[in-house]
Design a protein. Structure first.
Length: 117
């Protein structure tokens, strides 16, 4: 009898975990779809912007490649990525770009942690 109750409890726990994993999987799938949708939209917008710049301003693909390379190298690494170096806000601990002197979340001074609103 006790064994039966123990087994039922374990089955219930396993079922619960499986349902939770399934829900998480669905949420992640939806997030990926939304990100793919946004990436497609950004690619389309970028292509349209470059087509306009090319047609109206005469900017070539070589010009674009040179600018991409210049911006890519701004962080010292030619890796096809834009990296933003961050500091941690001394007040709220969120990441803040090293270019900013104030935290965009809480308004604190990055060097002192003091709020001077
Ligand atoms: Zn902050």
């Amino acid at each position: 009898m006790l064994w039966e109750i123990y087994q039922q409890t374990k089955i219930h726990q396993a079922r619960s975990q499986a349902e939770s994993a399934s829900r998480k999987s669905s949420e992640i799938r939806e997030t990926v779809w939304r990100l793919e949708d946004r990436a497609d939209r950004m690619a389309l917008t970028t292509m349209a912007m470059f087509a306009l710049m090319s047609e109206r301003l005469g900017i070539s693909e070589a010009d674009l490649e040179a600018k991409i390379r210049e911006i890519d190298l701004a962080d010292g690494k030619l890796d096809g990525k834009v990296r933003v170096e961050t500091n941690e806000c001394p007040s709220c601990s969120r990441p803040v770009s090293k270019r900013h002197k104030k935290c965009m979340y809480c308004g604190s001074d990055i060097n002192t942690g003091l709020k001077n609103l």
